[in-house]
Design a binder for this molecule. Structure first.
Ligand code: BGC
Length: 260
């Protein structure tokens, strides 16, 4: 029988538009074990190039954590159905209909769990961060190169929501509300907060969520924009910040692996 007091380690990978991050995670506590590694996302970000980078980093991290057989979870910025990536908004078009699970399993040499990056970050925030114990409908939105969404109903993930691609003013919403939209367009925090607010109002009209959690690197500057939001549901900054994607991917891997 599994010893629940023993440390359970899994390796989480977070593939983003600008970086690939990997860490070993104690999935009982959500804490990273040892260093995490980040390398720039290969350009072009073809599946073959990214898979190679992931396999190399996973190998190093697994060795450093003395956990050569730890389950591996990989969060990618795509819709993921049965291990196959179905979309590619901020990555190379080669990810559309790519069997990521098969390619990663082959490259790493053991079963790999693949899921959407914002779904992964959401799992971590709901278990260890701002969503702990929150019932009802909760969205975890990751604001980065794109805008990702993880939807939770009574703590359970509803996978593959893509609220970054809602249409607002005739465009993909994330073109205005993702974190890079602010720097790309040279906007003040105030002007960008107004665009983000418009997106959150549209989400509220459709889903009436009980809580919205904002994550991604920009959440560390939450004091610059949270107070400007006028949307009805409470909006809070994520607690896990930039490591949520790694932690959630590791959790997903550990929870789909047989307990040994
Ligand atoms: C992608 C999502 C992803 C988000 C954050 C969006 O452009 O469509 O799948 O979760 O970016 O990376």
């Amino acid at each position: 029988m599994a010893d629940m007091t023993r440390r359970r380690i899994a390796i989480g990978v977070d593939v983003g538009g600008s970086g690939v991050k990997v860490g070993a995670v104690d999935v009982n506590t959500g804490e990273l074990i040892g260093e995490r590694r980040r390398v720039a996302t290969p350009q072009p970000s073809t599946p073959a190039a990214v898979v190679r980078v992931i396999a190399r980093l996973v190998d190093r991290i697994a060795k450093a954590a003395a956990a050569p057989d730890a389950p591996v979870g990989v969060g990618v910025p795509s819709v993921v159905i049965d291990g196959v990536t179905k979309s590619a908004a901020n990555v190379d078009a080669g990810w559309v209909d790519f069997d990521a699970r098969e390619a990663l399993t082959e490259a790493i040499g053991r079963p790999v769990r693949v899921l959407n990056d914002a779904d992964a970050a959401g799992l971590a925030e709901m278990r260890f961060g701002a969503g702990v114990g929150v019932a009802g409908t909760v969205f975890v939105l990751t604001l980065g190169t794109g805008l990702g969404s993880g939807m939770f109903l009574d703590g359970r993930l509803v996978p593959n929501t893509e609220l970054g691609h809602m249409e607002i003013r005739g465009r993909d919403a994330e073109r205005r509300s993702a974190a890079v939209a602010r720097t790309r367009r040279g906007l003040s925090w105030k002007a960008w907060a107004a665009d983000l607010d418009e997106h959150l109002h549209a989400i509220d009209r459709l889903f009436s969520p009980d809580l919205i959690i904002l994550g991604g690197g920009v959440s560390k500057s939450a004091d610059k924009f949270l107070g400007r939001l006028t949307v009805r549901p409470p909006v809070v900054a994520a607690v896990l910040r930039n490591d949520a994607g790694i932690v959630g991917a590791a959790m997903a891997a550990a929870e789909s692996a047989p307990i040994s």
